[in-house]
Design a protein. Structure first.
Length: 213
């Protein structure tokens, strides 16, 4: 089985699969040899670099999960190598819930989704958070592109496992930049038609004025 299945298919999950009738499909996956930590391929790396945000899940000492959105320019999450992601964490509301959770338990889950392409990638990893000035070399590697703001921390995630999700029920949505690119030819055509219309009105006016007695 894949490393992701190995981590996700707990005993409780297996019982639910039995109850819901999906155990046979899961069994076929479980018959595969157990995997080790999975390296990212070019497909995963390109997908992560193409996005401007993701969801970051951690868990605190109370056992309750916490989900945080992290955003920035496309590519602000850097693929440092086939097993490591990293980004510069900038000052926010200063609650530091994710940072505190990671110090207690470094296991995290990341969720990357592209609504326009109806594609999503889920990832398990182990996160490390260090002050911005502790590793200048890493900070430089993560600096461009990065999220605007005061950099407080360097976040790296050692990838343990990942899996692509099916596109079902992903509502297509597009960012302002994506819409601008898609609508650029339409806007250009409208501008051309407006110019032609203005020229025709001017020609018609000139013909009308010239035909007066």
């Amino acid at each position: 089985m894949s490393r992701y299945d190995q981590l996700a298919y707990t005993a409780s999950v297996r019982r639910v699969q039995q109850e819901m009738g999906s155990a046979a499909a899961a069994d076929r996956r479980l018959k595969q040899p157990a995997g080790e930590a999975e390296p990212l391929t070019g497909s995963e790396a390109a997908f992560i670099r193409s996005l401007d945000g993701f969801l970051f899940a951690s868990v605190g000492e109370t056992g309750w999960p916490y989900i945080q959105f992290r955003g920035g320019p496309r590519g602000f999450v850097h693929v440092l190598d086939e097993r490591t992601l990293g980004y510069l964490d900038v000052r926010g509301n200063r609650q530091y819930i994710t940072t505190g959770n990671v110090r207690g338990d470094d296991r995290v889950a990341l969720f990357f989704i592209d609504h326009g392409r109806r594609t999503r990638l889920k990832l398990y990893g182990r996160a490390t958070v260090v002050p911005a000035g502790k590793d200048p070399a890493l900070a430089e590697r993560l600096d461009s592109p990065r999220t605007d703001g005061t950099v407080e921390q360097l976040v790296t995630v050692r990838v343990e496992a990942f899996a692509w999700n099916c596109p079902n029920h992903i509502t297509p949505r597009f960012s302002e930049a994506e819409l601008a690119d898609a609508l650029a030819p339409v806007r250009d055509r409208l501008a051309q038609l407006e110019e032609e219309n203005a020229a025709l009105r001017a020609e018609l006016a000139a013909h009308r004025d010239g035909g007066r007695p």
